[in-house]
Write a protein that binds this ligand. Sequence first.
Ligand code: DHB
Ligand code: FE
Length: 284
Amino acid sequence: MAHITASVYTSHVPAIGAALDLDKAGEAYWQPVFAGYDYSKQWLEENRPDVIFLVYNDHATAFSLDMIPTFAIGTAAEYKVADEGWGPRPVPDVIGHPELASHIAQSVIQDDFDLTIVNKMDVDHGLTVPLSLMCGQPQAWPCPVIPFAVNVVQYPVPSGRRCFMLGQAIRKAVESFDADLKVQIWGTGGMSHQLQGPRAGLINREWDNAFLDRLIADPDGLSRLPHIDYVREAGSEGIELVMWLIARGAMADVAGGAAPTVKHRFYHVPASNTAVGHLILENN
Ligand code: DHB
Ligand code: FE
């Protein structure tokens, strides 16, 4: 039986990818950001999964206003790194896991969540920056990755509640896959940021840290938070945080198991226009 061993949460600021790719990670501005992931890289090496189920959002890269899937699961064998305007990032292509992805699609759709099946797509900074933060600059990513794209760009976007419930369905799906696989689920995006309009640059440390507290200790209550709270408190792009509730919903305690262990917690401002938040929770 496959099972979920841990969940990882992290922001995906594109400038972090650029800092790595352009060899600026050691600069005074970036050093504290990357230092927050030193533990995480070590932890991932010691706790290497067989598959990463990576919840992220596409930023009008693979999808556009022509097609807006609310939830899209990647069932391909391989994904190319997207060109977001400056050429593709110089990072490895992403190897998928079509068998597990197809099984999850089957199980989750039969569990009443409508997923779009994606057999071909390029992956943007939403997916590659979390991999870079957690893995550094390897020749190949450490394991296959199932990309799971959530629409948080064009309204209407899914509620935190629905994301949390979807996470529970994903956990059931993983646990009914007949192979002994260790699966990590990652929730990415956030924390507070607004990239446009008069409030551009908005950062709300207090709210971000309360979100982290509640994600750990009260995910069910947190999942009931309405959209307007995210946008008002954490900025228009703060809504990316609903994706963290998918990963949190897949943890064992939500289905009556033991509470997870907080292995790592990190928060830093600024990275570009954005707050960076990061958590690692391990199932017990
Ligand atoms: C930026 C873009 C993002 O998608 C994000 O989540 C954070 C920051 C940016 O352009 O700075
Ligand atoms: Fe983003």
